[in-house]
Design a protein around this ligand. Structure first.
Ligand SMILES: *Cc1c(COP(=O)(O)O)cnc(C)c1O
Length: 460
């Protein structure tokens, strides 16, 4: 099916502020939400969206907000991608659900075939589909345990793997993800991440020293008792940390030497986000199992575990599944996403986004006192706020900059173990003019926030 007929955007691709952000209609709807919805859900910007397309979110007050988040790396092909819309509409017209464990449909097989062919690794693979990222990570652990007969799981500092019980245990940060939700499953061990910017003895030592720490941990705990080692090729929620060169390769070798299943969590960094189909490709690593979610479903809930056939088929028949696993509408959406990536334009866009972002953000390293690092790959770029010299994290500034961007109609998100990182995850279909406008607002907000912080601390 060819569904990529050119379609001009229906939503004007410019920023527009018609009211304050949030505007009066959003404020009223948010007040109603507070009467109905648990306060356990936070919200980054309490604005209600009416339409979204390209790089624009249009709210109920008619404001057009620049989207530098993509619903946390989900709508990489755009929130109204024609290929996704056409395939979902076609599937919707036939049926919504059968449960793949009850009766089958071809969309499920086609998504698995694409992932088997395109995820890193030149070996025979099989795929299992699920609905959420956390569910896929948990299933990767189930598969690794079943295949190895071992139970332990190795994860890393600053890791994020989800909000279910096992994936909370695998996630590093206590607040907000784990606070008050324990006790957690046992058998999860954490090793240092080779994080170049904050490595105590300097970035140049990060790989060797972090790998030595992993070896020590494996020796102490018994390498032969570990089923899986799980790592993000670029850490997402933990602060857009790009591991020091050679660290991921070193992990892969350690895992192979000890018969540990090497699981790469590509949920945030994968599916074209970093300018390659999978972020693993930047370091040339190959997971025995690769976990995907977020952008693969084009906005519909879909996740996948793809791995070596001998691992994936080690589980007893009936051991894996889920009512909604690989739902037909979500599979149709994913096939639309794969189609949208076919001609290479979106991957090229991700690289153009990086060039533009670096051109506008890297000068902040000289021009400001607190932008201490600019990092990432492709359309996954972040700036970290810290004092010069001491590197004391400045979450206060990240928060202030985010608030100023939101007021100006530019949606950005903070992240990081210390909350002092601002991350950019624009849709890969954003126009460069719109991106430049959004980055300009961000740069101005940094200058304003620094001036404001100084005026607060230095008495006049
Ligand atoms: C978002 C995310 C998850 C969890 O995905 P959900 O769909 O929210 O369950 C796991 N790992 C990484 C790296 C993520 O970014």
């Amino acid at each position: 099916m060819n569904t990529t007929q050119p379609k001009s955007p229906q939503l004007e691709q410019t920023r527009l502020l018609r009211t304050a952000v949030p505007g009066p209609t959003s404020v009223a709807l948010h007040a109603e939400r507070m009467q109905q919805v648990t306060t356990g859900f936070g919200v980054a910007l309490p604005v209600f969206i009416e339409r979204a397309e390209g790089g624009i979110l249009q709210d109920v007050d008619g404001n057009r907000i620049i989207d530098l988040v993509s619903g946390i790396a989900v709508t990489s092909v755009g929130a109204s991608n024609p290929a996704v819309q056409a395939r979902v509409a076609e599937q919707l017209s036939r049926f919504t659900h059968t449960c793949f464990m009850v009766t089958e449909y071809v969309g499920f097989t086609e998504v698995c075939a694409w992932l088997n062919a395109h995820t890193p690794g030149d070996f025979d693979k099989r795929t299992a589909l699920f609905s959420t990222g956390a569910e896929a990570v948990e299933n990767a652990i189930k598969i690794a345990r079943s295949a190895t007969g071992r139970s332990k799981v190795l994860v890393f500092d600053d890791a994020y793997h989800g909000r279910s019980l096992l994936t909370m245990a695998m996630t590093a940060k206590e607040n907000p993800y784990k606070k008050g939700f324990g006790p957690f499953p046992s058998e999860v061990y954490r090793a240092p991440m080779a994080a170049p910017f904050r490595w105590p003895s300097g970035a140049q030592n990060a790989t060797a020293e972090a790998l030595a720490a992993v070896e020590t941990l494996l020796a102490e705990r018994g390498a032969h008792t570990f089923a899986a080692m799980v790592v993000e090729p670029i850490q997402g929620e933990g602060g857009f940390i790009v591991p020091a060169p050679g660290f991921l390769q070193g992990l892969q070798q350690l895992a192979a030497r000890h018969g540990i299943v090497f699981v790469v969590d590509e949920i945030q960094a994968g599916m074209g986000r970093t300018g390659r189909l999978f972020a693993s490709e930047h370091e040339g690593i190959v997971g025995d199992i690769t976990v995907t979610a977020k952008a693969i479903g084009g906005g519909l809930p879909l996740s996948a575990v793809t791995g070596r056939t001998e691992l994936m088929n080690a589980v007893h028949t009936g051991g894996l599944g889920g009512t909604y696993a690989g739902n037909p509408l979500a599979c149709a959406a994913a096939l639309g996403v794969f189609e949208a990536f076919e001609d290479g334009t979106l991957l090229a866009n991700a690289r153009l986004i990086e060039t533009t972002a670096r051109r506008m953000l890297e000068p902040l390293l000289e021009q400001t006192a607190t932008v201490a690092d600019v990092r990432g790959h492709g359309a996954m770029i972040a700036i970290e706020f810290a004092d010069r010299g001491t590197l004391a994290p400045r979450a206060d500034l990240a928060k202030e900059v985010v608030a100023r961007c939101h007021e100006q109609g530019v949606l950005v998100l903070a992240c990081g173990t210390h909350g002092n990182v601002i991350r950019l995850l624009p849709p890969l279909v954003i126009g460069l003019d719109l991106l430049e406008d959004g980055l300009g607002v961000l740069c101005a907000a940094v200058a304003q926030a620094e001036a404001f912080a100084l005026s607060e601390t230095v008495p006049a």
